[in-house]
Every structure is written in structure tokens, then in C-alpha cells.
Design a binder for this molecule. Structure first.
Ligand SMILES: C[S@@+](CC[C@H](N)C(=O)[O-])C[C@H]1O[C@@H](n2cnc3c(N)ncnc32)[C@H](O)[C@@H]1O
Length: 302
């Protein structure tokens, strides 16, 4: 069993996760998979940035943040990350390397969670088409915030691609429950810079596990912990400037203060990897980007 596991990890490293799906599906029965239960003894409070708030209020507060930043989201991302978020997203899409292979008759079913801006979803579909001539795979772009989804739809309309496209659906959905998404229905689950905003991250991971088919891949891009202490000092200084920039560019200091604090509170690479495993995923791993500013995390449902 250990040998099989190691073999599959090697396959992922060598061929990319997609090509490893088949072999993982075939060996699925040798692994035990279990979803974690969210205990009923959970505290009734959670964090919202550096504040402690009642759990049932966090969703609304996060909603306010993203409604507030939605129309300036792209420009702020560029300013805040000095444009580097585009490289991170490119790396994320290229590393996943997803798309229906020419010798396959089955389209892939993607879900991009917290995907409001459409960046990742459209990038994944473009990659599948450009590299694999895949024009049949489907994409659900889901986000808890209708204003963010509207930005994604606007982008689709402007680029005259993926708007009114029967392959693409935009759905208002909470990533913690995804109640309109059937269990075992998706091949690829992506979430980019979204999961740290969930009130219950573990519930989001359990749901990712639920909606994926056996052999399906969980793939996440999220801010992480900087591994080099010197770079970390520089980054901490930069973080202090971000809310000020938020005031100038988007007239919104508080939302950007929340974004910085939510990044600080998100677990480090190893802790998040354990959470992915706790939800039942196998072959979990991660790649730190730009000194650990953010990381790509993955896991496979077997
Ligand atoms: C920083 S944006 C990321 C957008 C896009 N994925 C990207 O990489 O550019 C975070 C997104 O997470 C969404 N979000 C926050 N909590 C959510 C939840 N519980 N379920 C689904 N989406 C959520 C927000 O509405 C927002 O659109």
C-alpha cells in the first residue's frame, strides 16, 4: 500500500495530476478515505481579520468586503501584488495542465469556487483549448458574492468568450456547502485566493471532497507563510502599506485591512496540507511560490 501511494505521488510529479487520475482511480480501493466531521462543540465565534465576530455574521462581513472591492478588484490585485498574481495564476494553471486529452471521449467537469473574477476559470478553459483542443469540457464558476460573479460575467462579455456559453455556468453558492452541486460530479475543483475567507475552511474542504468524483483533483492557490525571515520582514512592511493603497485606489481602507489580516490568519503550508488530508484527500502536497507568499496545494480523491 505504501508502495502504491509512493508510485502515485511520483506519477503526479512526473506527469502532472491529470494524467495521474486514471492510475489513482484504479488503485483507489487500496486507500481508506474518510471525510472529517465538523464537531457540534465548535465555538460560536470566529475571526474576521483580527476581530472576533459571531460565526453567523462572518459570511455577511466577507460579502460586504467583496461587494465593496468588486469593481476595482483587478486593478487592486495588480497594484497590491505588483502584478505578480498573474504569474502565480499562470503557474497554477500550467502546473495543473488540465484538459480533455485527444484520445479521451469524456469531457472534464470543472468547478472553480470563489471564482468571481473569472481569472482562473477562463484561464483553465483557454489552456484546455490551446493545449489539448478541448472545447467540450464544462465549467461551473461559483462564488458567494453576486457582485463578484457579475465582474466575471462582465469580463466574459467584454472578451466575447464564455458569455452565454452552454459550457459555462455562473452560480451564487457558498463554497462551504455547494448545495446546487451534486456529489461525485466534478473532475477538477479549483479555488484561488478564496478559501481563506470561508467561515469554516474544513467544511469547505469536506465539500470539495464530496463534489469531486473518485480520481478527481482538489487544487488551491492561496496566500501562505513566507519561509525566509528577512523576506518576511520586508513583506510585513509592505502589508502595512496595502490598506493605505486601498484608501487611495478604491477609497476603501477597511476592506484592504481585512484582506491583510485574513492572509496573516491563514494556516501555513504544512498545517493546510494536514487539513486537506483530514478531509480525506490522498497524495496531498504543495508548492510554495515567491518565497512562500502563496502556495499551490493539491490533493486527490481516491
Ligand atoms: C480574493 S477573491 C478571489 C477571486 C478569484 N478566485 C481570483 O483568484 O482572483 C475571493 C473570492 O472569494 C469569495 N468568497 C468568499 N467566501 C466565500 C464562500 N464561503 N464561498 C464562495 N466564495 C466565497 C469572494 O466573494 C471573492 O469573490
Amino acid at each position: 500500500m505504501v508502495g502504491s501511494k509512493a508510485y502515485n505521488v511520483v506519477r503526479i510529479a512526473k506527469f502532472g495530476p491529470i494524467r495521474a487520475i486514471r492510475s489513482l482511480s484504479q488503485t483507489a480501493r487500496v486507500f481508506s478515505s474518510s471525510s472529517s466531521n465538523i464537531g457540534s462543540s465548535e465555538p460560536q465565534f470566529t475571526h474576521f481579520g483580527s476581530q472576533t465576530v459571531p460565526k453567523d455574521e462572518k459570511e455577511k462581513l466577507v460579502g460586504n468586503v467583496f461587494s465593496s472591492v468588486a469593481s476595482k478588484y483587478d486593478i487592486m490585485n495588480d497594484v497590491m501584488s505588483l502584478g505578480i498574481h498573474r504569474c502565480w495564476k499562470d503557474r497554477f494553471i500550467n502546473k495543473l495542465d488540465a484538459g480533455k486529452r485527444p484520445n479521451s471521449t469524456e469531457p472534464l467537469h470543472f468547478i472553480d469556487v470563489a471564482g468571481g473574477s473569472g481569472d482562473i476559470a477562463f484561464g483553465l478553459l483557454d489552456h484546455a483549448e490551446e493545449k489539448f483542443h478541448d472545447t467540450t469540457s464544462t465549467m461551473d464558476i461559483v462564488d458567494i458574492n453576486a457582485d463578484m460573479l457579475k465582474e466575471g460575467e462582465k469580463r466574459a462579455l467584454n472578451q466575447k468568450k464564455y458569455f452565454n456559453d452552454s459550457r459555462v455556468r455562473f452560480l451564487v453558492q457558498n463554497g462551504e456547502t455547494l448545495d446546487q452541486i451534486k456529489s461525485n460530479s466534478k473532475d477538477i475543483y479549483t479555488v484561488s485566493f478564496g478559501i481563506r475567507n470561508f467561515t469554516n475552511i474544513q467544511a469547505g474542504l469536506d465539500t470539495a471532497y464530496r463534489v469531486l468524483k473518485p480520481g478527481g483533483i482538489f487544487y488551491c492557490l492561496e496566500f501562505s507563510k513566507i519561509e525566509n525571515p528577512v523576506i518576511d520582514v520586508v513583506y510585513q512592511q509592505w502589508s502595512k502599506v496595502l490598506p493605505v493603497m486601498g484608501s487611495f485606489i478604491a477609497n476603501d481602507h477597511d476592506s484592504y485591512q481585512y484582506l491583510v489580516e485574513s492572509i496573516e490568519r491563514f494556516p501555513d503550508q504544512e498545517t493546510f496540507k494536514s487539513m486537506i488530508e483530514k478531509s480525506g484527500f490522498q497524495c496531498a502536497g504543495y508548492e510554495s511560490l515567491t518565497f512562500g507568499t502563496c502556495a499551490i496545494h493539491w490533493g486527490v480523491k481516491v
